[in-house]
Design a protein around this ligand. Structure first.
Ligand code: DAH
Length: 345
């Protein structure tokens, strides 16, 4: 019997050693230590032994059982560790791989134009003003010397909410609102914002677009101040070599009124497709604030004078960046917008 036990032990230990996974080990455990296994059988046969032999054999069976159990446990630990190790190797991360690029957005070209213009005017001591996009007929037209029935209203048809409320057609109503609020005090503001027109959209027209209004009122503000200011604007937006030219024009809220051209930034003034061979590009309307406009807002037109201008933000952006269709600004096409990705600013 002792012989048999030793043999069983050898067999079990050899199988434990050979087992390559936890399932095989479990099979070995069931086969040798389980209720139907040979060691249990041997224990059951103890009754047949003489009383002197029994304790000796009992001790021997226990030792064998312990040995096999210990070996099993040791092997389980090893296999478990191996499994973890394998998993770790499978899941290992290659830290030398290049990372995935994070796509960053960039500022919209119109925002850039507006911010550049804001920076310039803030540096000249202007404040940034705002006004409502849903505006009163009074501020949009009447207070700007465009009474009801004035023919110049035809050029600025808009979306009416009621007879007296409309989507503003320009940022000029902010002039009237600011004057009213400042109650005769000097003013130096610019006002960027959305404006609306009843227009059919095409490459150069949009029913919604952006303007930047400027208004300066004070003692002895003259046409030459306007000219100097717009010259600085043209140089800032289109380059230091640019020059401006004023042409007589008409706006009901300014007298005299001018249309302002800048020398072509593409050809330098010799004539090209951008300036339609003229060497000049029209960029904005401006003028000296009409006395009626000053008086309606409570300013004494004998003591104070002022100038105003209105810039089309899209037009500046189209010229500056060579954009040929105004609709590109509104369609949110990433292929268009990503072209304005600049990091040097
Ligand atoms: N409000 C005018 C427009 O939308 C532009 C304009 C012209 C604004 C002359 C002014 C100005 O302030 O003085 O057509």
């Amino acid at each position: 019997m002792e012989q048999q036990l030793k043999q069983l032990e050898q067999e079990a230990l050899a199988k434990i050693e050979a087992a390559s996974n936890l399932k095989e080990l479990n099979d070995v455990r069931v086969a040798y230590l389980g209720k139907k296994g040979p060691i249990t059988d041997l224990l059951k046969g103890m009754g047949k032994l003489s009383p002197e032999e029994r304790p000796k054999m009992g001790a021997l069976v226990n030792t064998v059982r312990e040995n096999v159990t210990n070996q099993l446990e040791a092997r389980i630990t090893i296999l478990e560790e191996q499994a973890i190790q394998e998993q770790l190797e499978k899941e290992s991360i290659d830290v030398t791989l290049p990372g995935r690029k994070i796509r960053t957005g960039n500022r919209h070209p119109l925002t850039r134009v507006i911010e550049e213009i804001e920076d310039l005017f803030l540096s000249m001591g202007y404040e940034i003003a705002e006004g409502p996009e849903v505006e009163k007929d009074y501020y949009n037209f009447e207070a700007l010397n465009l009474p009801k029935g004035h023919p110049a209203r035809d050029m600025q048809d808009t979306f009416y909410i009621t007879e007296e409320t409309l989507l503003r057609t320009h940022t000029s109503p902010v002039q009237a609102r600011t004057m009213e609020a400042k109650k005769g005090e000097p003013i130096r503001i610019i006002c960027p914002g959305k404006v609306f027109r009843r227009d059919n959209d095409d490459a150069t027209h949009s029913h919604q677009f952006m303007q930047i209004e400027g208004l300066v009122i004070g003692e002895n503000i003259r046409m030459s101040d306007l000219k100097g200011t717009l010259d600085a604007l043209a140089k800032r937006m289109f380059g230091e070599e640019r020059e401006i030219r004023l042409r007589p024009s008409f706006f009901p809220f300014t007298e005299p009124s001018v249309e302002v051209d800048v020398s072509c930034h593409k050809c330098g003034g010799t004539g090209c497709n951008v300036c339609k061979q003229t060497g000049w590009i029209e960029i904005l309307g401006a003028g000296m604030v009409h006395p009626n406009v000053l008086e309606m807002a409570g300013y004494d037109s004998k003591k104070l004078s002022g100038f105003a201008f209105g810039i089309g933000a899209e037009r500046i952006a189209m010229l500056k960046y060579g954009v040929d269709d105004i609709r590109h600004f509104y369609t949110n096409d990433i292929r268009f917008l990503s072209q304005f990705h600049r990091t040097e600013e």
